[in-house]
Ligand binder design. Sequence first.
Ligand code: AMP
Ligand code: GLY
Length: 422
Amino acid sequence: MRVLLLGSGGREHALAWKMAASPELTKLFAAPGNAGIAGCATCIDLDAKEHEAVVAFCRSEHIDLVVVGPEAPLVAGLVDALHAAGIAAFGPSAAAARLEGSKTFTKELCQRAGIPTAAFASFDALQPALAYLAAQPVPVVVKADGLAAGKGVTVATTHAEAQAALSAIFAEPGGKAVIEECLVGEEASFFVLTDGKTALPLATAQDHKRAYDGDEGPNTGGMGAYSPAPVLSPALQRRAMEEIVTPTLAAMEAAGTPYRGVLYAGLMMTQDGPKLIEYNVRFGDPECQVLMARLESDLLPLLHRAATGRLAGAAIDWRAQAALTVVLASKGYPGAYDKGSEIKGLEAAEAVEGVTVFHAGTRREDGRLVAAGGRVLNVTALGRDIAEARARAYEAAARIDWPQGFSRSDIGARALAPAASA
Ligand code: AMP
Ligand code: GLY
C-alpha cells in the first residue's frame, strides 16, 4: 500500500513508525513531517489546506490511503475532497468532524440522544450569556465554540472570572460561547475506531494537560500520557461504549453523516458514571504515542478498513505491557519560546530497554537535530506496568542533552497513587 500521512507532531511520528512496520506498506510519504518522521517516511512539502494539490499528489503517486493526523484538515473537509476524487482517506468528513469543530453541535446531539454530559447553554451574544451565568453555581466552565487548540476553555472558580472569559470570547467577531456545568471526577481518554457501522474500542489513556508538575500552570496540548488508564475499568469502558459512543455513532448515521475514523471521547468519571466532556475527531497527542507503543496488531490494514467501510470482523490486539510517554517541550511553552537549539543524546535515550523517542517539533540543520516547536520530543517506554514504563521513560529522558527543554517530573503519578489525587 502507498500511503500519505498528513501532520508533523509526535502523534504523526508514532503513526508513521507503526505503519512503517507493516508488511503491507510499500511507500510512505509524510507532509510536512519532522526530523523523526523523516527516518521512516519521505517528507514532502504539501499544504493540507490546498485540497486540489493533495488530490493531484495522490493521483500522481498512486496513493492508496491518506491518513490525516490533526483536526484542522478534517474540519476543513479534506477527506470529502479525497473521497470525491475516489481516494481512500482515514478520518471523518467535514460534517462528521463537527463533533470536534462545534461544541454546540455536539451538545445538541448529546441532548437529543440522551448522552450523559455536563448541562449547558450556548450563546451568540454577551448579554444573555451574562444573565444565564448569574444564575449558575461556581465553579462553572466557559468555552469558546469552534477549534481553539485546547485554549478555549476556562474552568472559572468565581463569577468574575467567568464574566471575563465571556467578554474575551465576545470581543472576537462572530464569537460564540458555551456555558457548562463543571463536572467533578477523574478524566480519561477513550478511543474508538469506526468505519461508520462497526466500532471497535481501542485502548484507554490519560494525559496531563497542564504545563507543570502537580497539574499547575497553563493548559497545553499535553505534557505526557500513559496507557492503560486504571480509572477506566473494563466495566466503565463498556458503559462508555453503550451510553456515549454507540448512541453518538447511531445519531451521526441517522443524520446521513456517518462518522468514520478514530473518535476520541474525553470522559469525566463522575459519581454517576462516565460523562462526555468533549469529542475529538482524531487521535490524541500524546495519547497516540502510548497507544501505538502498545498496539500489537498491524495498524495499516485497520486504518484502511476503517476508511473503506470494511471494519466488520477485524480484531485488535494489544500488548499486555503498559506504556508511558514524557513530553520534552521548549522552555516557555505553551507561551513564547526560542527555536533552533541543538538536541543531543537520542541514541543513548533509545538504548534504554523498551524506549522509543517520537519527534514533534524537530528539524535537521546541517546534520544537527534542533528544536523547531513547542512540544519537541516524546520519550515513550513500554514496561511490565506503569511504574516500570515510567522509570524507563525518565531514565531515557535524563540521557537527552537539551538544556533549553523542560518536562514534567510527575507523568503517571495519578495512576500510581489514584487515591492521593482523585
Ligand atoms: P476541552 O477543550 O473541552 O477538552 O476542555 C479542556 C479541559 O477543560 C478538559 O480536559 C477538562 O479538564 C476541562 N473541562 C472542560 N469541560 C469541563 C466540564 N464541563 N467540567 C469540568 N472540566 C471541564
Ligand atoms: N492530548 C489532548 C489532545 O490531543 O487533544
